[in-house]
Ligand binder design. Structure first.
Ligand code: IPM
Ligand code: MN
Length: 326
C-alpha cells in the first residue's frame, strides 16, 4: 500500500529540495501517493491565503506531511511562520520536534528533543499603548505540566532505546525560576521511572560552549521550544552544516500526521539556482518513512546520504547521487 503524503514544497529552495527527497524515497522502493499543497509566502502574496481551516482538516487525513521550507522576504515576519508552520505544529499537536545530528568522523551523534507546542512560541502576550512613546510589549512563555511532562517522557524513552542511555536537560533554571523550576521538577519525577538512563543538566549558555567544543558528550537533549530552535541551528553548524540537519515534528500519539522538514529555511538568496543541499530534506524524508514503518528503507537512505560525497554538485545531481547508491 502506498503511503499518502501531503507535500508542501513551500518557498525558495523548498520545492527544489523536496523534489530530491521524493526522488530518493521512491528510489528506495517506498511507494508514495503524494498530494501537493500550494502554501507559503508566494501563495500568500498571490491571493492572501495562509492556511485555511478546511485545508488544515484535509491535511489531517494524510499519513504524513513533507515540507520544504516556507518564508518570503516580501511578507511581514510572522504571517507565514505563525499562520502556517506553527499553526500546523500546534493544531496537529506535534509536541516533539526531533532533530538528530551525526558526524561519524568526529564521533558526534546526538538528538535534540525540542518541545514544539509551548514556551515563548505559544503566542502569549501583546501590546499596550502601541505606537506611543510609552509602548509596552510582552511575550510570555507558556509551560504546562502536561506539555513539559510528555516531551520529557518522550526524551527518556528515546534515550533508553539508544546504546548510551544518556539524557541532558537544557534550560536556564538559574534565571527562569518559574518555568525552569517546573521543567526541573518534572524532569526529576520522570527520571525516577527510568533508573537505567543517566541524566545531566546544562544551562543553555553553557550548552552553547559544549556544542562547539565537545558535542561528543551529548546523546539525547531535551529542551524548551526557543532554546531548542537556537541550539539546533548550532547543532547543524557543528555537525557538517545546516544543509544536513533534518527534523520531524511528531505527534507520538499518532492521532494526527507528523510533519517532516529540513531545519534550514527557504534561502531566497540561492533559490532557483539548484545550489541548495537537498540532504537535510532527504534525511527528513528518511525519518518520515521510518515512522511509517519502512525502517529498512530509512536505514538505506541514511547510509546512502552518508556515502554521498558529491556535495558540490547541483541539487538534482546530489539527489541522483544518493538515489544511485540505493
Ligand atoms: C525552525 C524554524 C521555525 C521555528 C520558524 C520558521 C518559525 O526556525 O523550524 O527551526 O522557529 O521553529
Ligand atoms: Mn529554527
Amino acid at each position: 500500500m502506498a503511503h499518502r503524503i501531503a507535500v508542501i514544497g513551500g518557498d525558495g529552495i523548498g520545492p527544489e529540495v523536496v523534489a530530491e527527497a521524493l526522488k530518493v524515497v521512491r528510489a528506495a522502493g517506498v511507494e508514495l501517493d503524494t498530494t501537493d499543497f500550494d502554501l507559503g509566502g508566494e501563495r500568500f502574496l498571490r491571493d492572501g491565503t495562509v492556511l485555511p481551516d478546511d485545508v488544515l482538516d484535509e491535511l489531517r487525513s494524510f499519513d504524513a506531511i513533507l515540507l520544504g521550507a516556507v518564508g518570503t522576504p516580501d511578507v511581514p515576519p510572522g504571517v507565514i511562520e505563525r499562520g502556517l508552520l506553527l499553526k500546523m505544529r500546534f493544531a496537529l499537536d506535534q509536541y516533539v520536534n526531533q532533530r538528530p545530528f551525526t558526524l561519524a568522523d568526529e564521533g558526534i551523534d546526538f538528538v535534540v528533543i525540542r518541545e514544539n507546542t509551548e514556551g515563548t512560541y505559544a503566542g502569549e502576550g501583546g501590546f499596550l499603548r502601541k505606537d506611543t512613546p510609552n509602548e509596552i510589549a510582552t511575550q510570555g512563555s507558556v509551560n504546562t505540566r502536561h506539555g513539559v511532562e510528555r516531551v520529557i517522557r518522550y526524551a527518556f524513552e528515546l534515550a533508553q532505546s539508544r546504546p548510551r542511555k544518556h539524557l541532558t536537560m537544557v534550560h536556564k533554571t538559574n534565571v527562569l525560576t518559574f518555568s525552569g523550576d517546573l521543567w526541573q521538577r518534572t524532569f526529576d519525577i520522570v527520571a525516577a521511572e527510568y533508573p537505567d538512563v543517566a541524566t545531566a543538566y546544562n544551562h543553555v549558555d553553557a550548552a552553547c560552549i559544549y556544542f562547539v567544543q565537545d558535542p561528543q558528550r551529548y546523546d539525547v537533549i531535551v529542551t524548551d521550544n526557543l532554546f531548542g530552535d537556537i541550539l539546533t541551528d548550532l547543532g547543524g553548524a557543528v555537525s557538517g552544516g545546516i544543509g544536513f540537519a533534518s527534523s520531524g515534528n511528531l505527534d507520538p500519539s499518532r492521532q494526527a500526521p507528523s510533519m517532516f522538514e529540513p531545519v534550514h529555511g527557504s534561502a531566497p538568496d540561492i533559490a532557483g539556482q539548484a545550489k541548495a543541499n537537498p540532504i537535510a530534506a532527504i534525511l527528513s524524508a528518511a525519518m518520515m518513512v521510518e515512522l511509517l514503518g519502512e525502517t529498512d528503507a530509512a536505514e538505506r537512505i541514511r547510509k546512502a546520504c552518508a556515502a554521498t560525497t558529491e556535495l558540490t554538485a547541483s541539487t538534482p545531481e546530489i539527489g541522483d547521487a544518493v538515489a544511485r547508491r540505493l
